[in-house]
Design a protein. Sequence first.
Length: 133
Amino acid sequence: LGLTIPSAIDYGTLTPNSATNCGSAPGVAYNITQQGNRIADVNAYYQSAFQSGNLDCSTTGTIPALNQKWTLSNGTNNAGATALNTTTSTLVDANVGYKSTGDVIVPIYWFLNVPNNVKGTCTGQNIVTAIAS
């Protein structure tokens, strides 16, 4: 498989009690790039760096991993987006086609809802793996 999968999702700077989808702000695009000639897909799930099931924050609090959602269509809200599973791998169903004349890029849009009780840099580990279709 010739997929390039980004190493990080950068939600940027968010304030407590906010989300990546507030107002007209869209989700964060995470582009899967197909550089090979075999149709592929990706699975996604969450694994905390500390196995807590949360994004652990450097100053105060945690963000539940389920506060992250993904969808294949972008918009101004995450209605219909899928919560990131913390125990099993979920087929994203991105159906990344094969390269014919140029790279095929399929974005997955990520959303994060930040609760009130957090401060600092919050980190965790989303696992996105390539699979043959």
